[in-house]
Structure formats: C-alpha cells, structure tokens
Design a protein around this ligand. Structure first.
Ligand code: FCB
Length: 445
C-alpha cells in the first residue's frame, strides 16, 4: 500500500511534539526558577553520562530557527510545553513577565509562520520550591497547578486553540514518586499513591479551568502513555499479571477522568487511594475532554513475578526476546499503536483521539552533511500505516504527532537516544534534517 496523507482525510491533524525541559536550556535565564528536573540533573549518578539540560537544544534562543524548520518540513502543528518556573519562579504568587513574554514570542512566531501551536501545560517540570513542600504528594498541589494553568489560559488563550493539561501522568508519578529514577527521585507507595490522586484531581480541575476561561475557543485534551500488554504465556497467572500491568500502565489515569473510578479491582495494591479522597472528589475526578492524546512507542510482554512487590508482575525485556530494538531497548512493534487506538476508542465518552507522540531513537550520525536513518523511516511508515488501519475501521483517531523535532535531552537517558527528525550536534547546535524528516516533509506536502 502506498501511504499518502490524503488517505487520512483533510481534517486529520499532523504535527511534531517537544517539551520545554528537553529542548529549551537557559535553565536560569531571565528570572526563571529551578524545576525538579533542574535539581535532579545535578545529582550524581542520576543521568546517564552525567548529562544535564542547562543548554539542551538552546530552543530558548533558537526557537525562530526551529519553527522555520517546522515550516520547511511542511508540518502544520507544533506541540510544545510551558515551563512552570519561567512563568512562576516561586511556583505560585509573583508572575515573571519575561517568561510570559517568551512564550508569547514563540506562539506569535508559530502563527506568523503558519504553524498551529498546541500547548502542553505540564510536561513534568514541577517547581523545585513546591517539591520542597511535598510536590504532588501534597493536596495543595491541586491549587498550585490551578493557579499556573489559569495564568496560561489568561495569557495565551486568545491565540492557542489546542490545549493538553498534562503529559503522561503515569510516567512522571511512577518514575518520579515510585521508582525514584526520574525527578524528584522519591520512591515507594507512600509517595506514589497520594501523587496519583492529586495529579488526577489536577488534570480534571485543569480541564474545568480551561473550559471556564476559554469556553468557545479551546479544544481541551490531556495525554496518556500507553503500551499494548501481552502475557508471556497463556498460563492463568501470567494472564492475571498482564491484567494488573495493564491497569497500572494503561488504565490508571484515564478511567477516573472518564468517570469510571480508579481500576482498583484489577490492581488491589492501589486500594489506599481511597484514603486520600475528600468529600466530592468522586465527582471532581471526572472531566469531559474534547480529545484524548495517546502516546505509544512499543509493547510489553508481562509475566507473573513472585518477587515484584505490590503488582507481582514483571516485564520480559525486549532484548531477551530476539526482536528489533530501538536505542531505548524498546521493541519495534507497529501493531501496538493500532491496538491502543482500538482500546481507547472503545471507552465510552472518548470523543476524539490524537496520537500526540510516536517515534524512535537510533544512533544516527552525520556523514558528508547527511543523516541517513532508514530504521526511523521504516518505523514511522509502519506505525502511521497502523494508525490508518484503525481509522479505516472507524476509530475516532484524528491526528498524529511525531516525537520529536530535534534530538534532545531524553530524561534519565541524557543525550544518548536520538529521537529527532532533525539531528543536533550538541556541541555546536548545528541542525541537520534526517532522511526521515525529509520523508515526513514530502508526505505532508
Ligand atoms: C515520552 C515523553 C517524552 C519523551 C518520549 C520519548 O514518555 O512524554 O517526553 O521522552 O517519551
């Protein structure tokens, strides 16, 4: 089959995604406060090769050049996030006008170049001063976040039509508050469980605030990571382990937001969530989003594990399964995105699905001024074909965004995984469009 964008219909939204912390750099410029990630990256042993993001892709200064590149690649939609500590250096209270001015410049330049801005309000960079007060484990976080999102709506809502309240809650609470491998580096159920509830409440409240302040103009969404989960064998205990893993990885946040409650029946380890409920929370967990962003990269094979506490399930690593791998050691498995679209489409109340991230990292190199990346090219084509398959079967999927524009700071993995359509030489900030980027431009023409 020849893949053409016409097969998706004229109203299908094509785009590319980034996140503030991963590209901006200028971590303390123009009055910006420090986020949990600014602090976490200074701690020894947390980030591969001791990398940090103080310069990253220097998007803070080079945003015009990068938005020009988006235009050159014919990409109509650009998803990026707002750094909370540029706007509110102390987390709450005093507004830093230079931060507002910066995002106004970025938004205005997008519009000038005919690129539609899609805003993620929160992509993991909580102000450090708020983490000192307990971060997401503190119920006050709902008020802190409400203040931040209100300021974003008031300042950017006249021009920004597409909003995503938060990015991948299960990743930043799981990695940041249970495993301690992401900022702020806290671990255990005592941190994870309250963080889950306060984050879910904040997502719903954030949705309500956007709808109240931007009633007729905003398309309001939020994004979820998801992976197809399959049991290692058809033994009942592996099947049951896969059900628990699915509840944690794919269902934990979307179900309460859709009004279905937390999936505690399938994940009894989270029964303590109820302890953090205040009267009225049951109803307030729900918000009627205009669209759901799903972000899929791979699938997971799960087996029963006696030794893994709480969940009694573990992943069978892709490198032990003899499958194609990316630089993240994630399996290349295009049908996963099809199954995830089907899964989320089947929920009642999901009005529209946008794939807000999909992409792959490989060890790309510049040779004679070119970056030839056949594996990424094949990955993109194969995953996009699976999105089309779901759409043709009637799923309400209506957009696809590549992760990501430029090779950037990949959290605990540092700069080693290169996810960009555009190669970045991190020493010189030289950009080189990869073969995959040229293909996407041709596809979108
Ligand atoms: C997602 C994140 C994004 C990026 C990709 C590879 O989990 O949302 O910031 O790191 O993975």
């Amino acid at each position: 089959m020849h893949l053409s964008k016409d097969l998706f219909g004229a109203d299908f939204e094509w785009g590319v995604s980034t996140a503030a912390f991963q590209v901006e750099g200028s971590h303390d410029a123009d009055g910006k406060g420090l986020s949990v990630w600014d602090v976490f990256t200074t701690k020894k042993g947390k980030i591969l090769n001791g990398d940090h993001a103080q310069t990253a892709c220097d998007f803070y200064n080079l945003y015009e050049r990068d938005i020009d590149l988006i235009k050159e690649l014919n990409i109509p939609n650009f998803r990026f996030s707002i750094s909370w500590t540029r706007i509110l250096p102390e987390g709450t209270g005093k507004i830093n006008q230079a931060g507002i001015d910066y995002y106004n410049r970025v938004i205005n330049y997008c519009i000038k170049q005919g690129v539609e801005p899609w805003l993620t309000v929160y992509h993991w960079d909580l102000p450090h001063v708020l983490e000192v007060k307990g971060g997401w484990t503190n119920r006050e976080a709902i008020n802190w976040f409400s203040e931040f999102i209100t300021i974003c709506a008031q300042n950017f809502g006249d021009r920004v039509k597409h909003w995503m309240v938060m990015n991948e809650p299960v990743v930043f609470t799981g990695a940041g508050y249970f495993f301690g491998i992401h900022a702020p580096g806290r671990s255990g159920m005592k941190n994870f469980v309250p963080a889950i509830h306060h984050v879910t409440m904040s997502i719903a409240e954030g949705g309500r605030i956007l709808r109240k302040l931007l009633p007729s103009t905003a398309q309001i969404g939020t994004t979820f990571s998801c992976s197809q989960i399959e049991p290692y064998t058809d033994k009942p205990r592996d099947i049951a382990a896969a059900v628990r893993a699915d509840a944690l990885i794919n269902r934990l946040y979307i179900e309460p937001l859709l009004g279905m409650g937390y999936p505690i029946k399938d994940l009894p380890a989270l029964k303590d969530l109820k302890k953090y409920f205040y009267p009225g929370d049951e109803d307030n967990l729900r918000f009627d989003f205009d669209f759901i962003g799903i972000q899929n990269y791979t699938r997971e094979i799960v087996k029963y594990s006696f030794f893994t506490p709480y969940i009694n399930a573990s992943m069978v690593k892709a490198e032990k399964r003899g499958v194609d791998l990316t630089a993240m050691r994630w399996e290349v498995y295009p049908p996963s995105i099809y199954h995830m679209i089907k899964k989320y489409d089947a929920y009642p109340n999901v009005k529209k699905i946008i794939v807000t991230e999909n992409g792959s990292a490989f060890p790309d190199e510049v040779t004679d001024g070119e970056v030839n990346d056949p594996k990424r090219l094949k990955y993109l084509k194969d995953y996009i074909a699976q999105v089309l398959k779901a759409k043709n079967e009637g799923c309400k999927v209506n957009g696809y965004f590549v992760w990501t524009l430029t090779d950037n700071f990949e959290w605990a993995e540092g700069y080693h995984p290169r996810f960009g359509l555009i190669h970045v030489d991190h020493a010189t900030q030289q950009r080189t469009v990869k073969t995959s980027g040229r293909w996407y431009a041709e596809f979108l023409k």
